[in-house]
Write a protein that binds this ligand. Structure first.
Ligand SMILES: Cc1ncc(COP(=O)(O)O)c(C=O)c1O
Length: 486
């Protein structure tokens, strides 16, 4: 291996982790092949100009990640077999016709089942395990806030939400390249309410909304509830919605609004490259089609910098940007927000008839937490944790799932999308896994036309353990049994 000075990552990443990540990179790009012996501790310490102890720590991390194995008297070896890195799924296909939705029952039933407590493999609900979230700190701040200002909870808050929270949201939006004033922000009850308000503000029943396919099932539920049609547009697992495909539908006059996730979409984990974000903003502005941009996972990149929101390239104020703190801080606090641009008045009117105001105490606690300054440290840790868990999951899928399986390589967030061999019926796999107390979400739940019968989404936001590995292995075995029966 050539001499490689260690690249120190963000200031807070310990040196041994930087070394581990660099060695892992060499394995991923094939410089160190499966089964090969990696440099000895002394050799790598010389090559990277770090101490032997640092390399020892780095190799221990790689053993934990399941990438290296130590062989007595012999050294460390790359553990990955050739099948441990399954290929990625191909781009999906556009549905030529918009469809009225009829997925509510399937989605409701599935979500109810996968949210049971005490599962052996809780891969269904896309909610981070509580140990990853600062819930205790938030609860302390909640108690303190209501004691300090007991009057605040005795009446409704303003429709737009608390000023101090909107200021914090506006400050954080700068990281996404967006200069939004607190007055332009409306606090909502989670991102889901923001999606609903945004859609109600820019559409009327019977309109058609272009969405990615597969897409977050919550979008389908909201569209159905508002009597809107969905037009599924081809989506690339790495780069998100196919802009030429969307443009074609827009040019044909088929699209009244567009609803996308540019950063770490659910379920594909895609992240749209910057040039495409610009292209999308410009194309929709030219066509005067409003864009609702869901940035719920935007603060969870695996790299050091979060991507800019499409909203930051919106010169016409047509993009409605929304997000929430459900995936990063506290899903139960139900705090989300929307920056509706030129549609602010309509959104406020809708909010009035939706929930009137978001609950006051949780807004106060969230504002205080964000103002205290610990959030960026928390997020750095969370991103590292999710990156590690997603890697472990992909590796386990490679090891335990049948030949022909494909899996996405998310650039952030914590869900992966698995495309199984054609012979596998994901609805059946879902039922069989659930019978063994393992949850996952079957593919049809993510599609207006209930496609993706051989696909499933798994959430990786649970601490890795032998039990978790056994559970995902069992899913692989159940899938392989279906292939064998054919
Ligand atoms: C893309 C996306 N948007 C919105 C939501 C809902 O967020 P909230 O819990 O804040 O309503 C989710 C939850 O899974 C999601 O994946």
């Amino acid at each position: 291996m050539p001499t490689v000075p260690v690249r120190q990552q963000a200031a807070k990443v310990p040196l041994y982790r930087s070394v581990a990540d660099q060695v892992e990179g060499l394995i991923e790009d094939g410089t160190l092949g499966p089964g090969s012996r990696v440099p000895s501790l002394r050799r790598l310490s010389r090559q990277m100009s770090v101490s032997v102890t640092t390399v020892m720590e780095a190799y221990r991390v790689l053993e934990d990640r399941g990438i290296l194995e130590a062989r007595p008297q012999s050294g460390h070896y790359v553990r990955l077999g050739p099948r441990c890195a399954p290929p990625e799924p191909d781009r999906t296909k556009t549905c030529e016709q918009a469809a009225a939705l009829d997925t509510a029952e399937l989605i409701e039933h599935t979500l109810e089942q996968v949210s049971q407590p005490g599962l052996a493999g809780p891969f269904g609900a896309a909610v981070p395990s509580p140990e990853f979230l600062p819930i205790r700190r938030l609860n302390t701040l909640l108690g303190r806030a209501v004691r300090r200002d007991p009057i605040a909870s005795q009446s409704y808050d303003s429709i737009a939400g608390r000023e101090e929270l909107r200021q914090e949201v506006a400050r954080r939006a700068l990281d996404a390249g967006c200069s939004i004033s607190p007055d332009e922000i409306v606090v909502t009850t989670g991102a889901l309410e923001a999606i609903s308000l945004g859609l109600r503000a820019v559409t009327k029943p019977g309109d058609t909304v272009a969405i990615e396919t597969p897409t977050y099932h919550g979008f389908l539920q909201v569209l159905e509830g508002l009597h809107l049609n969905a037009l599924e547009i081809a989506t690339c697992p790495r780069e998100g919605i196919c802009i030429p495909c969307l443009e074609k539908a827009v040019d044909q006059g088929k699209v009244d609004a567009c609803l996308v996730v540019a950063s770490f979409g659910n379920p594909l984990g895609h992240s749209m490259p910057e040039e495409q974000r610009i292209e999308l903003a410009e194309m929709l502005a030219r066509a005067k089609v409003p864009l609702i941009e869901d940035d719920t996972y935007g603060e969870l990149p695996f790299s050091d910098r979060r991507p800019r929101a499409i909203k930051s390239y919106d010169s016409e104020d047509r993009v409605l940007l929304l997000s929430s703190f459900s995936k990063t801080l506290a899903p139960g606090y139900r705090i989300g927000w929307i920056a509706p641009g030129r549609h602010r008045k309509d959104v406020l009117r809708m909010k009035l008839s939706s929930t009137l105001a978001t609950a006051t105490p949780t807004q106060m606690a969230m504002a205080e937490y964000l103002a205290c300054g610990g959030v960026d440290r928390h997020l750095r840790k969370l991103r590292r944790t999710f990156k590690d868990l997603v890697r472990k999951m992909i590796r386990a899928i490679g090891e335990y799932f049948p030949e022909g399986t494909r899996v996405t390589r998310p650039a952030g967030g914590y869900v992966v999308w698995i495309e199984l061999p054609e012979a596998v019926d994901s609805m059946r796999l879902y039922r069989e896994a659930l019978a063994e107390r393992i949850s996952l979400i079957p593919g049809p739940v993510f599609s207006a036309s209930q496609r993706y019968r051989n696909c499933v989404r798994v959430s990786c936001a649970v601490p890795w353990s032998p039990g978790i590995e056994a559970a995902i292995r069992r899913v692989g075995e159940l899938a392989a049994e279906q292939v064998g029966r054919r």
